[in-house]
Ligand binder design. Sequence first.
Ligand code: DAH
Length: 339
Amino acid sequence: MDEAIGKIREEFKKELLLASSSTQVEQLKTKFLGKKGPIQELMRSLKDYSKEERPKVGQLINVLKEEVSTHCQRSFEDLLLKEEKIKLESQKVDVSMPGKKNFRGRYHPIRQILNHILSIFKEMGFSVQYSPNIDSDFYNFESLNFEDDHPARDMQDTFYLSKEMLLRTHTSNMQARLMQKQKPPIRVVCPGKAFRNEDISARSHVFFHQVEGFYIDKNVTFADLISTLNSFFNKFFGQKIKMRFRSSYFPFVEPGLEADIECLVCSAKGCPICKNTGWLEVVGAGMIHPNVLKAGKIDPEQHSGYAWGLGVERLQMLLNNISDIRMFTQNDARFLSQF
Ligand code: DAH
């Protein structure tokens, strides 16, 4: 019997050393002290001993039982304590830890500059209206006095969807449509996308944004156009801006012009941005051609007007020294989050 008890004791000690969690200790306890365990088996073998031997052997088994039970209890409590500690440790709240920042959405840099442009024109008495991205040849070209063989109608520049429908190549497609719907005086701006079938590069893209505007009333003059553009750019840059007007050709205006502002990057000294000229082209404009007024059902004998179209990407690029127009469409959070 001594030998059998010794063996069980050894076995138990070995297994107890290996138990690494309170659950494992509980399982060990059941294994050794349970009904089907080795100690109970010893108890059952008591009947094979003589009456004289039985109390002594019984006592030895009881001592072993007691021992196993106490060791299990102690080890169980120790491990449970450790486990609780680890659990509490992981739930500990560090009140000095800085809070998690919520991600704040923001407008795309093009939308930001558009909002800035529109707020200035609204302040100057213009209303904001929209015209469709997909439009007819009539509103995009014909009503704007484009001759049938004008190169801009060429398939190379224009995305045609059918013989008659296309993606507008400029926001000027709003002109005749709005004139047909409203009576002078009309003072509107129209922001939106324009599409051109061009090679994508640092300077040009297949789509970009423009803000078109026009004013039609009795006796609108060229001087009104110049002063409107002048005060817009002063407000836009928040400082007095030197401007230069060059005569230019667009089929829908007569006379037509292109306006430059003094290069703000180099203070007109000459730099790569202004190609060493000291000037930056920012807007095309002119006095609305009588044929366009007629297409818009307005009598050119009674009314006159001016119109302009400016490129939004270009202004944002100037304002923030951005050298590649493709940045606006690449959705790179590192770029976008700077605005
Ligand atoms: N539509 C022209 C373009 O996309 C810009 C423009 C020039 C618009 C002169 C106008 C204008 O209204 O009068 O290049």
